[in-house]
Write a protein that binds this ligand. Structure first.
Ligand SMILES: *[C@@H]1O[C@H](CO)[C@@H](O)[C@H](O)[C@H]1NC(C)=O
Ligand SMILES: *[C@@H]1O[C@H](CO)[C@@H](O)[C@H](O)[C@H]1NC(C)=O
Length: 538
């Protein structure tokens, strides 16, 4: 928790905290206080926007037989209030990441809502596990007024042979003799809890009276103001290109521009040698080869059966990043179109360069460390930053459109042939257009609106792919359902072993409002900062 705050503070950009203003209630309802603490009362953490710091400071013990805890809340601001919830446990082996029955990012409704945190002990051993629940509520989007509340719970987990459903009373009693200390701790904790609760319930009760807003009860958690990050291009990775090289700004979809680009880089077919087939789709082919006997290249082409449409799509998409000169971008450097043959698109790439998605999914059990994932994300963020600085949107950011070397350095590339080589990643929603639905932001999905912010959304999904070794995102969700699913506030879940810091960055990429999503400069800065933190001690 501390580290995450630290990170966000250092990043100092998208998370802004401020005094409790706007208005909402957050409390334990009577049922819950009775169950947890044996008290018949509501226990307010936030009442009409005022934070009860005494209540928050208190670590509530959770007995072994209680496997879920609930909170109740209600927005009083006249509208639903956006929130994010993050949960961390001190011992994921004994208590794996608890789940919530509401989305981790969503909106606090105007009606009273109770949500529960499901805590299943693994039963591996007996232990007390600290759970930290942090809830951020955005009171005002315009001023970025955010309140952060941190709750701590001490969950008692008992060792058990039965790992599933080990929480019923029979198992509890049979396991008690093994670990009497835990039970005693709970009883002592429980008594302490009651005393503390009694104290702050009476305080809360007094506070309800005429002197409603007792200043000492209201605790501004943290205050800061929004600062836009002042990094400029000097912080970008050094470019290997001459300084006058820039990306052509005009759209490649215009035929004259496409022809101009192609004529600039046309090479003779006889200078290209194909050595091995790397990937094959229904019509698309990717080969390894050489150009001019010396330059190792990757060649994208199509088979004889490809239609004219598929050929022109290859050329058009392949030329999209043409001229992008950046260490983190692999763009086409040569093209050969000779009569009656399919075009060859050449990319300068070492012998060991591979498609990133293919690499991640290779059967040899490969695991990337957090450090490696953060470093790769940072390299790619810097590449997209370069594109955006030149007015170019990528529009199809995903691991399938990246390459990786043996030394794990990654590059962003164009999406030509991806529809054919990774058909499971693209879907048609009624229209003829085959789109990367699960990587699209809400506005790109529903209104076909693309912007730097829609690239940021896809980038969040890309980081998720890195963490999961390129699993299919939202595997259970039908492409047709995606828009409603996202609108309902659901997002990709935090992958196992993905640190909160990284998940927080992803989650920001998936903000509904495009203004709340980070720019690539901010992403690059945050990722670099997190990388520095991770490597400081190794
Ligand atoms: C979550 O679960 C709790 C307890 O099981 C229940 O009271 C609550 O209504 C549920 N909330 C939602 C939003 O499903
Ligand atoms: C938070 O919002 C309230 C009004 O909603 C405003 O008075 C207060 O100054 C804001 N705080 C910050 C730090 O912006």
């Amino acid at each position: 928790m501390y580290k995450m705050r630290n990170l966000l503070q250092l990043c100092g950009l998208f998370l802004l905290l401020s005094t409790a203003y706007g208005s909402f209630n957050l409390y334990l309802n009577e049922h819950e206080t009775m169950r947890l603490l044996g008290l018949s009362a509501e226990l307010y953490y936030v009442r009409e926007g005022l934070i009860n710091k005494y209540a928050l400071q208190f670590t509530v013990p959770v007995a072994a037989n209680i496997k879920d805890i609930s909170f109740t809340w209600q927005s009083l601001a006249g509208k639903a209030l956006p929130y994010r919830i993050n949960i961390a446990t001190s011992d994921p082996i004994v208590l794996p990441r608890p789940s919530l029955n509401i989305s981790r990012i969503g909106e606090m409704p105007q009606e009273i809502e109770t949500f529960a945190l499901d805590m299943k002990c693994s039963g591996v051993r007996s232990s007390e596990v600290d759970i930290t629940i942090s809830i951020e509520v955005t009171l005002n989007r315009e001023t970025n007024n955010v309140t952060e509340l941190v709750f701590t719970r001490k969950k008692i987990c008992l060792q058990s042979e039965v790992t599933e459903d080990s929480t019923d009373s029979t198992t509890l009693f049979t396991t008690i003799p093994k670990r009497p200390n835990a039970v005693i701790t709970f009883i002592v904790g429980g008594i302490l809890a009651m005393i503390v609760v009694a104290v702050f319930i009476s305080i809360a009760y007094c506070a309800r009276g005429p002197a409603k807003r007792k200043p000492h009860l209201s605790q501004p958690v943290r205050t800061s103001s929004f600062q836009r990050l002042q990094t400029h291009s000097s912080s970008l990775a050094p470019s290997i290109c001459p300084t006058n090289a820039t990306l052509p700004r005009s759209k490649c979809s215009e035929p004259e521009e496409l022809h101009r680009r192609i004529s600039e880089i046309t090479v003779q077919r006889c200078r290209v040698r194909l050595s091995s087939l790397l990937q094959e789709g229904t019509f698309g082919r990717v080969y390894r080869g050489t150009y001019n006997e010396t330059q190792d290249v990757i060649v994208k082409t199509v088979g004889q059966q490809a239609s004219q449409m598929q050929v022109s799509l290859l050329l058009q998409e392949g030329m999209n990043l043409y001229g992008a000169c950046h260490v983190g971008i692999l763009s086409v450097f040569g093209v050969s179109i000779e009569d009656h043959t399919a075009p060859f698109l050449l990319y300068a790439a070492d012998n060991n360069t591979k498609n990133l998605k293919v690499f991640l999914q290779e059967p040899i059990a490969r695991t990337l460390t957090t450090i490696q994932i953060v470093k790769m994300s940072s390299q790619l963020a810097s590449a997209v930053c370069h594109l955006h600085a030149h007015g170019v949107l990528h529009k199809d950011i995903a691991t399938r459109n990246c390459v990786i070397d043996d030394d794990l350095s990654v590059k962003m590339t164009d999406n030509s042939l991806s529809r054919d080589l990774f058909p499971q990643d693209y879907h048609c929603l009624g229209d003829r257009e085959n789109r990367p639905i699960k990587w699209l932001s809400l506005e790109a999905l529903s209104k076909k609106q693309f912007s730097e912010a829609s690239d940021a959304w896809a980038f969040g999904v890309l980081i998720w792919e890195l963490c999961t070794l390129a699993k299919q995102p939202y595997i259970d969700i039908d492409a047709f359902e995606m828009e409603n699913y996202l609108r309902d506030g659901y997002r990709l879940a935090q992958p196992l072993n993905c640190p909160d810091e990284l998940f927080t960055i992803m989650a920001y990429c998936w903000a509904v409002s495009i203004l709340e999503r980070p720019t690539f400069q901010q992403l690059q800065f945050c990722l670099q900062d997190f990388y520095n933190q991770l490597t400081r001690y190794v």
